[in-house]
Design a protein. Structure first.
Length: 95
């Protein structure tokens, strides 16, 4: 069963320019993963500090493997200094 994930990130205002290249790198690498069906990054029109990921994974195992990739682990380590608060993650299924 496909897994749909939406992640909402709120960057610290002074961190946007540092965060954006990290997120872009995640997109570039993640799209190469076998289990990745869709991986889009959006930035709010109203608030440049808000980033939204829309993802579709072939299955939970693929998402779990994604979370073990070095570029994801590097982001997780840097996130506390770049984000205003922890990312909000929503997992869903298509209905």
């Amino acid at each position: 069963m496909s897994v749909y994930l939406t992640a909402i990130l709120k960057a610290k205002k002074e961190s946007v320019k540092d965060l954006k290249p990290i997120l872009d790198n995640m997109v570039l690498n993640t799209r190469k993963e076998e289990a990745c069906e869709k991986y889009e990054l959006q930035q709010s029109l109203d608030d440049e500090t808000v980033f939204i990921f829309h993802e579709i994974w072939k299955n939970k195992e693929g998402l779990d493997a994604h979370n073990q990739q070095f570029y994801i682990k590097e982001f997780v380590v840097k996130a506390p200094e770049l984000l205003e608060k922890p990312a909000r993650i929503y997992l869903a299924k298509l209905v």
